[in-house]
Design a protein around this ligand. Structure first.
Ligand code: GDP
Ligand code: IMO
Ligand code: MG
Length: 422
């Protein structure tokens, strides 16, 4: 049995927190796409952890964590993540398994990312500059290096040929990218040696066997549906399928084995990096959301753009992913707003529409809002659904009616315990 958990907006919905909350009910947590562009935060016992590549079930003794074939791994960042875990005495060799088919991010992929962004000038994607785009380009271009290559003696030749090609490509962009490749390579080769100490598996086979044994698997997504390479706000997207189908290709799980699809969304909306965001606020309300929600990127530290919940976009994400259960995050951040606004339609080409059109740039769509009453109670100490203020229950009921999917979890703070089940 396989359940999926994925973000329904532009990432940073709180996936790390909820995977950590749910892990007690699963035997295996498996990341299926993305790479260290992700920053998944979880908090318990007063400590905050940020994971980039390692699945968010790693702190639970009961679960095996798998980095699936759809993920791209930067050995240098991976090593830092492992170093951060050292003090927690986790048996990494038996608890963290890596797919041989996962692709490797080379130092030159990062440089290519920087060159590509610099060449785009004002039209830049706002990439995290972790080399994600260039690595997936090499994957689909059939040039990439995979974890499994490290088990063969010619991997360094493969590396050299690819890195040399990348250097020529960096020149092609004709932009100023400063680097010392020798230094980057020393760090990379050391990190590869750390990676080689871990357990490499044929993860699709492992997951097949696990299913045959009746194990419960939770697939952890990265980024969000609106950053999906096919269905997101292209070209301002990431380079992988962040939607439900990505779990099939990113883990080798057949679609008919997927049971529940958990869709996570914030009670409002945020976006980091460039690209359209119809409900973005440039006023005091947006500033309040950013400040109270502490909206700074977990990977890059950049401030996140904030705005009201966009139900047109959320409905689209629920539809594309086949969401069965919704989870609403950061409800506590909206405490204190007199009015809560929700975008229920767009004004587009002279009419009102409730589906996502091809282009949602601000010169094409204007959000149409429904206003609901706000609440002022501090939610962060609440434990039961029955304690939620009426105005929040009305907000939840309104969203459930619009989305036609139940909201099963309401999150009221970053800690594991600040989670209300309904
Ligand atoms: P992810 O990428 O989806 O895992 O999300 P991030 O970790 O990038 O961003 C979510 C941020 O919100 C983190 O700093 C979390 O600690 C925090 N967070 C998660 N849930 C809640 C919540 O219900 N309330 C508040 N105030 N913060 C939350
Ligand atoms: P998690 O898993 C939020 C955004 C970047 C940029 C675009 C492309 O923590 O939710 P990339 O580095 O992939 O080439 O960047 O996607 N982005 C994210 N935004 N959360 C993430 O991950 C993101 N990963 C990438 O800001 O706009
Ligand atoms: Mg994040």
């Amino acid at each position: 049995m396989v359940d999926l958990l994925l973000g329904l907006q532009w990432g940073d919905e709180g996936k790390g927190k909820i995977v950590d909350v749910l892990t007690k009910d699963y035997d295996i947590i498996a990341r299926f796409q993305g790479g260290p562009n992700a920053g998944h935060t979880l908090e318990f016992d007063g400590i905050k952890h940020v994971l980039h590549t390692i699945p968010s079930g790693i702190f639970h003794k009961n679960a095996i964590n798998i980095v699936g074939n759809g993920v791209v791994i930067d050995p240098v960042i991976f090593r830092k993540e492992l170093d951060n875990l050292k003090k927690f005495n986790i048996d990494i060799v038996s608890k963290l398994l890596i797919s041989r088919k996962a692709h490797l991010i080379l130092p030159t992929h990062r440089l290519l990312d920087a060159a590509s962004e610099a060449a785009k000038g004002k039209a830049k994607i706002g990439s995290t500059l972790k080399g994600i785009g260039p690595t997936y380009m090499d994957k689909t271009g059939r040039n990439g290096m995979r974890v499994g290559d490290l088990e063969f003696s010619d991997w360094k030749q493969k590396y050299r040929a690819l890195a040399d090609k990348h250097e020529a490509m960096i020149g092609f962009y004709n932009v100023d990218v400063q680097y010392d490749l020798a230094e980057l390579e020393t760090e990379f080769f050391e990190a590869i040696e750390s990676l080689r100490k871990l357990t490499f598996i044929d993860s699709e086979q492992y997951l097949f066997n696990a299913q045959a044994e009746g194990k419960k698997i939770l697939a952890e997504g990265a980024q969000g549906s609106l950053l999906d390479i096919d269905f997101g706000t292209y070209p301002y997207v990431t380079s992988s399928n962040t939607t439900a189908a990505g779990a099939c290709t990113g883990l080798g799980v057949p679609p008919n084995k997927i049971e529940r699809v958990f869709g996570i969304f914030k009670a409002y909306a945020t976006r980091v990096g460039s690209g359209p965001f119809p409900t973005e606020l440039f006023d005091q309300d947006g500033e309040t959301m950013g400040r109270v929600g502490n909206e700074f990127g977990a990977t890059t530290g950049r401030p996140r753009r904030c705005g009201w919940l966009d139900l047109v976009a959320l409905k689209y994400a629920v539809q594309i992913n086949g969401v069965t259960d919704l989870m609403m995050m950061k409800a506590d951040v909206l405490s204190g707003f007199d009015k809560i606004k929700v975008c229920t339609a767009y004004h587009y080409k002279g009419e009102s529409i409730d589906h996502l059109p091809y282009n949602i740039e601000s010169n094409h769509v204007t959000p149409i809002y429904t206003e609901l009453k706000g609440w002022s109670a501090d939610l962060t100490k609440l434990n039961h659904a029955t304690d939620l203020p009426k105005a929040l229950n009305d907000y939840i009921a309104f969203l459930e009616k619009e989305l036609q999917v139940p909201i099963k979890i309401v999150s009221v703070g970053p800690d594991r315990l600040q989670t209300i089940h309904r």
